[in-house]
Design a protein around this ligand. Structure first.
Ligand SMILES: CCCCCC/C=C\CCCCCCCCCC(=O)SCCNC(=O)CCNC(=O)[C@H](O)C(C)(C)COP(=O)(O)OP(=O)(O)OC[C@H]1O[C@@H](n2cnc3c(N)ncnc32)[C@H](O)[C@@H]1OP(=O)(O)O
Ligand SMILES: CCCCCCCC/C=C\CCCCCCCC(=O)OC[C@@H](O)COP(=O)(O)O
Length: 273
């Protein structure tokens, strides 16, 4: 029994030591901590959501947003947000953003408007407590392997957006990407906005490469710039306009991504807390 009590004590001594001496250990520790902490937060959040709304309800996103907001501090991350005024748009709209890592959830929660939920791959629903709380938060799950299924879910979502006055956040790259640039956009988000005749609000996350390097196994402290761009109207557009709408959004977001990421890499100096 006495020996068992020594284990947490030993860990308490060894972990800080390793944190100071090995950046690879910091990388794995922060990643593990992030997933484990989100699972714990979701476990606490699930009964709160059920008590508040009785089940799946977009209003649960308020609880989730509130509960996730402090996680950035635990990972040594800070957000610099610009363009808040562009989110002050009445009624439903589609938010589109680039997607680098599951850490994007932190930025999403930093600026998530009221009555806004996201589109996610259906596999996420199996992620234990996180999957369940995503379902409770009204997240729309799509099967990326079956285009026809994904399209019909998105078409239903366009109708629900208008009926229930909700906003949807879509990652138009369709997958995580950290190649230092944006992947070509898939068309779903733009069909959604055109079908619902609602504006698109592009949001750009700066590159994570100044603090998070998967190959080099580095996860340092850092600043993430979040730039909210002016809305793009879709009133009067038809499916014929989807390709040009997508191209226009891509060009605007790519320019913003290179701009805010470059300025981080250039300044690359001390991290402000
Ligand atoms: C309390 C604490 C708790 C803590 C834990 C909880 C924390 C947080 C909870 C909340 C946060 C969750 C955040 C989750 C993030 C998850 C992010 C993701 O999962 S990203 C991956 C999934 N998302 C996407 O894939 C969206 C983008 N993809 C698309 O839009 C795609 O277009 C598609 C999936 C709809 C279809 O893709 P694909 O099969 O590859 O086909 P395409 O090439 O894109 O299109 C083929 C043709 O079809 C046309 N098209 C597409 N969509 C439509 C449509 N809706 N209607 C009509 N036509 C459509 C398209 O134009 C193509 O035709 P073409 O002629 O070539 O133009
Ligand atoms: C018991 C099951 C254990 C599962 C553990 C995984 C749980 C994840 C837990 C915590 C992280 C919290 C944030 C969750 C949301 C992140 C979603 C995400 O980023 O999904 C990836 C998806 O966009 C693109 O996927 P691909 O890169 O195409 O693939």
């Amino acid at each position: 029994m006495d020996v068992l009590w020594m284990i947490p004590l030993l860990l308490l001594m060894i972990i800080p030591l390793l944190m100071c001496t090995s950046s690879t250990f910091v990388f794995y520790f922060k990643k593990f901590f992030y997933v484990a902490w989100m699972m714990v937060l979701a476990l606490i959040g699930i009964p709160l959501c059920i008590l508040k709304s009785g089940g799946r309800d977009i209003e649960n996103m308020r609880i989730i947003r509130f509960m996730v907001r402090h996680v950035k501090y635990l990972l040594g991350l800070r957000f610099e947000v610009s363009g808040w005024e562009h989110l002050q748009t009445e009624g439903p709209y589609v938010v589109i953003s680039n997607h680098q890592s599951s850490l994007d959830v932190l930025g999403l929660m930093e600026i998530l408007p009221d009555r806004c939920t996201t589109i996610a791959k259906k596999e996420l629903i199996y992620a234990g407590t996180v999957g369940l709380i995503c379902w409770l938060g009204g997240i729309v799950f799509i099967n990326r392997k079956k285009t026809s299924d994904a399209k019909s879910v998105m078409a239903d979502a366009a109708k629900t957006m208008l009926d229930d006055q909700i906003r949807l956040w879509v990652f138009p790259e369709g997958t995580r990407n950290q190649n230092g640039d944006l992947l070509p956009f898939k068309k779903g988000a733009f069909h959604l906005a055109v079908q619902a005749q609602v504006p698109i609000i592009p949001v750009v996350f700066s590159s994570y490469s100044n603090f998070y390097l998967r190959k080099e196994k580095q996860f340092k402290s850092g600043i993430i710039r979040l730039k909210i761009l002016p809305k793009i109207e879709t009133k009067g557009m038809t499916s014929d306009d989807v390709a040009s709408l997508s191209d226009k959004s891509f060009d605007l977001m790519r320019a913003a991504f290179l701009d805010i990421s470059d300025s981080i890499t250039r300044s690359n100096g001390p991290v402000r807390h």
